[in-house]
Design a protein around this ligand. Sequence first.
Ligand SMILES: [Zn+2]
Ligand SMILES: [Zn+2]
Length: 357
Amino acid sequence: MVLPPDGLLRLTPEGLYCPAAGAWIDPVRPVPRALLTHAHADHARPGSGAYWAIASSEGILRRRLGAGIQLHPLTYGQEFRLGDARISFHSAGHVLGSAQIRLEAGGESWLVSGDYKRQADPSCEPFEPVRADGLITEATFGLPIYRWRTGRQVVAELLDWWRDAPTRPSVLFCYAFGKAQRVLAELRQLGVEEEVLLHGAVHALIEPYRQAGVELPPTRPLAELDRGTSLAGRLVLAPPAAATSSWMKRLAGAQTGFASGWMAVRGVRRRRGSGRGFVLSDHADWDGLLRTVRESGARNVLVTHGQGEVLARYLREVEGLAAEPLATGRAAEAEGESSEDQELPGDAVPIQEERAG
Ligand SMILES: [Zn+2]
Ligand SMILES: [Zn+2]
């Protein structure tokens, strides 16, 4: 039997619910108590009574959900009690402050992975393997065709692409929370010390990273630069929605690129038509998913997001586990790539609207 004990985890219209704790994990509707795996818009939604999340995500959560939210900041590994449940948050390596959530009650433990990746990322804490009786894992890129190169390799190529265009600006489209800061942190590790220009939506989320001690090159909003200043040879980071907005007027003649895991999908790359594609994902690839399932020691696995059935069948038939897909009610995620295109165009990109690949 795959389902966790009813007292530990259960699916309700609000999302995944832990009756023992009286709390929901990444609820899709307002609830009294919300445990948040991370601050991406499809996981962190406004309106709940109280939130529990990793402290380094506080700055981003308050920007997105409201400055006045009731937030209980946590550190990784810190164990606390809520009702009859023992709960701890562990690093997921996805974005700054991202967590897997471990719940234990009635002698049974389950781990809810949230979004995660196994690759090194200088903009956030590394993934921590956690053991539990049962596991709910994401599978956004849950097909054997998805195998990532390191972020360092991809960003080194991106750096060459930028350096090869000294006479015009280079505009890289990437998600404003997570991806943009990962690119910046990798550039810094590659020795880049010159100023990078940012769209306002990216700029708004930079400060929490600097406060968390993540080393980034100097940055400045493009809007602060005097009109008429030459942008030749400058790198500009912007959210994907800016590509079709009037914001691009100032960047006429720029070379453009797009960084996302979805760039691994040829059809997406072609449809986007936004220049060079850099395959850079903040989700686990096929090997990363399998490794994580094995290291958890879980005998029961539920698979959410994207390619749930493929991974679940592999876990049943090859790994001998009890495994099934689980629909969590996050409809947008099931559609995968298409949900990335839901971003609204225009200068005032509502940063809440984006989700990351
Ligand atoms: Zn995410
Ligand atoms: Zn997600």
